[in-house]
Ligand binder design. Structure first.
Ligand SMILES: N[C@@H](CCC(=O)N[C@@H](CS)C(=O)NCC(=O)O)C(=O)O
Length: 125
């Protein structure tokens, strides 16, 4: 493995799961230990990232990460666990991260589940 390799994070704009990873990276002070590939929905950047990841993940979702050359993972919590090891910092000790996960992120998940249930009820009415 090249000594120069930095884990690559594939982060979509406006994705609440990606924001968890962004906050972890910033609050842990590990921004210089990773390379971030940012893109927005519907852009050429998204097409490129998806084709780059498609052969490496069963199902492409974001955030995704290449933690070592050729070793790809997704699932935000799995990525954060790897970044905890890399940075030596614990998400549980981070005030901004915890504030986001327990506040806006949790609310977004609740609203998403309620919306999905309402759509399902409306479709079967
Ligand atoms: N359980 C996953 C959920 C990730 C997820 O649903 N990400 C959305 C974006 S917010 C996604 O990848 N959607 C498909 C896409 O954008 O192509 C995680 O924690 O990483």
């Amino acid at each position: 493995m090249s000594d120069d390799f930095k884990p690559v994070l594939y982060l979509k704009e406006d994705c609440p799961f990606c924001l968890k990873v962004r906050i972890f990276v910033l609050e842990s002070g590990s921004a210089d230990q990773v390379t971030v590939r940012d893109f927005s929905e519907g852009t050429e950047g998204e097409t490129q990232v998806k084709s780059e990841l498609s052969g490496h993940l069963d199902k492409v979702s974001f955030p995704a990460a290449q933690m070592a050359p050729g070793s790809f993972i997704n699932e935000s919590d799995d990525i954060i666990a790897k970044l905890e090891t890399l940075s030596g910092k614990q998400a549980g000790q981070m005030a901004v991260y915890q504030n986001y996960v327990n506040g806006a992120f949790s609310l977004a998940m609740t609203l998403w589940r309620e919306n999905a249930a309402l759509k399902q009820a409306a479709a079967s009415a």
